[in-house]
Write a protein that binds this ligand. Structure first.
Ligand SMILES: [Zn+2]
Length: 403
């Protein structure tokens, strides 16, 4: 009998074999909450992919099903996932950008097309389902903004209450829409670390199910679906590189987990190098990568216009570093101006990339300058959030230039 089958009130898919600590390796039941009780490491879902009935033909038949088409490689069935039409986002070719970078093809994986305009919707579909399966009434987490809106929407869809702790500087649209979806929100002065302090204080006496990044093992499971889609959209070939703008590391860690699934199931043979892109004003993953460190150190004075990525102490820092190193990828920091100009460059080709996504565009430009990209390469740039959710910072950038 597998651990999955014995989990109280938690019906997982056949391929799920339990949870394991990514640090000390201890095994846990899938309903275990929080980080590893033994060592504080992040827990991750363990799969027996042989039990997953998945192949290219099955997936082709599910063409319009969003992320639930990959349910065999997710913790929950299509019926259990909390879906609002997330996933199946466009992979948009950018030939002008490819010419500029000197590579064969560049695509933007435009996550702005998700229901609340962010790649977090993939994570919320799985993590909110886990919360509901475990009988939670209220989900709560600290956020730089976008995931507050996403989780409020998915909690509403699941019939749960939500609590988001956000910094005052987060975008107006994220704060407004969190409330519109019926979510409770605490807006904190200061920066993200102040928000985390408030969340920890408030949650000490509350019966909340935490959706803090990597405090639930299920957000990164939803994040996996991005790379599944990319290889399918490229007709079952892997790109050479995927660039993830990186805060906590959920995107790049999700893609790293997807590379293992894709190889083990035989869906593709090759998998991409993963690059983590950060703003120079808050780049703990890049710093640790450059120093050859095994884990990230707290960034003492975070200061970037790219608010979604201003995460001084990434919850998935160690795992993000593993993702970069084990895929022969890279970690790149760019200035705010380079990121904003990167978004404008994509916009000039008609692709609405956010300031956050511009970090990835600028990182690819840096990789090209450094000779890290080849003339035959296919490069995918993840735009984690819709351009029009960050219109103010992009417009301000143009105004500073007198446009
Ligand atoms: Zn552990």
């Amino acid at each position: 009998m597998s651990l999955a089958a014995s989990a109280p009130g938690m019906q997982t898919t056949p391929a799920v074999d339990g949870l394991s600590c990514t640090d000390c390796g201890t095994d846990y039941d899938p309903a275990t909450q929080g980080r590893c009780p033994a060592c504080g490491g992040a827990l991750a879902v363990r799969y027996d992919v042989d039990a997953a009935e998945i192949d290219r033909e099955t997936l082709s038949a599910r063409r319009f099903d969003g992320i639930s088409r990959y349910a065999d490689l997710l913790p929950f069935s299509a019926e259990t996932l909390v879906t609002a039409g997330e996933g199946a986002t466009p992979l948009v070719a950018c030939p002008d950008l490819a010419a500029e970078l000197g590579v064969a093809e560049v695509y933007v994986k435009d996550e702005g097309h998700n229901p609340t305009g962010t790649t977090v919707d993939r994570q919320a579909a799985v993590a909110v389902a886990a919360a509901r399966e475990q009988g939670a009434e209220t989900v709560a987490h600290p956020t730089t903004g976008d995931s507050g809106q996403s989780v409020a929407a998915y909690a509403a869809r699941a019939g749960l209450d939500s609590e988001a702790f956000v910094p005052a500087r987060s975008t107006f649209v994220a704060k407004a829409m969190t409330n519109v979806h019926g979510g409770e929100m605490s807006v904190e002065q200061g920066r993200y670390d102040d928000v985390v302090d408030s969340f920890e204080d408030a949650s000490a006496d509350a019966d909340w199910h935490s959706l803090r990044p990597f405090e639930t093992p299920y957000r990164q499971e939803g994040a996996k679906t991005l790379l599944y889609e990319v290889v399918e959209q490229l007709d079952w070939t892997a790109p050479d590189a995927v660039v993830h703008p990186t805060g906590h590391g959920l995107g790049v860690v999700g893609s790293h987990r997807a590379t293992a699934d894709l190889r083990e199931t035989g869906l593709v043979e090759e998998t991409p190098a993963l690059a983590a892109a950060q703003a120079e004003g808050c780049a703990p993953v890049v710093d640790a990568h450059d120093a050859g460190a095994a884990s990230t150190a707290v960034w003492e004075r975070p200061d970037t216009l790219i608010g979604a990525l201003e995460v001084p102490d990434p919850e998935g820092g160690t795992l993000a570093l593993d993702a970069v190193r084990e895929t022969d990828g890279d970690a790149v920091a760019v200035t705010d101006d380079e990121a904003l100009e990167g978004a404008v460059t994509a916009a000039a080709e008609g692709v609405e990339v956010s300031a956050t996504g511009g970090v990835g565009v600028a990182a690819a430009q840096r990789l090209a300058e450094d000779g890290a990209l080849g003339a035959d390469d296919t490069v995918v740039l993840v735009n984690p959030v819709a351009g029009n959710k960050e219109n103010d910072v992009l417009r301000s950038h143009l105004m500073r230039q007198g446009v």
